[in-house]
Design a protein around this ligand. Sequence first.
Ligand code: CP
Length: 351
Amino acid sequence: MPSLSSSPPSSPPSALRHVLRIDALPDASWNRLRHAAVAHRHNDDRGRGAASTQSIGLIFMNPSLRTRTSMEGAAAHLGAHHTTLVPDDEGWGLEWDPSAVMDGPAAEHAREAIGVLSRYHDALGVRVFASGTHYDTDKRDTLMRAVADYATVPVLNLESAWAHPCQGLADAALLTERCGDALSGTQFVLSWAPHPKPLPMAVPNTTLRMAARCGLDITVARPDTHALDPDVRAAARSAAEAHGGSVTATTDQAAALDGADVVYAKSWGGPMQYTAPSRESEARAAHADWCITAEDMAHTDRAAFLHCLPVRRNVVVDGAVLDGPHAAHLDQAEYRLHAQKALLEYVWRLD
Ligand code: CP
């Protein structure tokens, strides 16, 4: 008689290579990954077919153009099978509350969904955005941590409330390709930008940590209403110091841009969207002049312009900058594909 015990057939979760945040990657892995991404860009045969027995399940609780298509493309390049689920498009919702009495619209709990998909696949990629209403829950990345707890295969964070490691690795690889390992001394400006909506902090949090880990001299330019979380700032300062860089913050966007080598524009709602949403909205509207213009860019040291995309033309940045000679946002988006090939090799131990 076969055993009816319920233990999963795979290796114990402690052995899994989850990728939930870039700062959780050991230095050696981080450096190997960004160089592997560069190598993938320059050798289209690298890794081709290497994961032909593997399969990844992708779940998007929120929409995606880049992450979805680049992850599917990376899996295809390596020869892996993928399944992509978009619960909202398919008319089913997931319950996340561990103690929910499930008599509402959600027919399936994330615990079962992730547990089942772990039995079908060799890795899972999951996107779950911020609540925008519960700061501590978002800061703890509660939903992504739940996914990692429920999974019995490696989990790739495809953007969560607090982190976007795939974006961070792609951005680091782009900077590594352009500047080599001698990134120290590069003047990197992360500039807040206007937007019609209060956006989550996953990208600015990750960009700050990425730039700090690359040893850049970082200036965060933002209105005083939109400072980033103090723990994220403190962690970035420590990482920057450890890697030969620095972090400063200013409300003077023009001074920050003066002589910059890299300008990374991004809007975020900041902590105030949780505590005082109408004041945050007023502050955002009052800073429409933070849109990056060609004139702003003329004061930089012919800086590369970066944005993770999607970008609102002539709100976040003038179309002339995006269409100009120093725009690097399409290279940046291309790097998502190469970085995710490297990440799949990492989680499947093909590196
Ligand atoms: N930058 C990024 O993650 O883009 P998508 O939302 O289109 O995936």
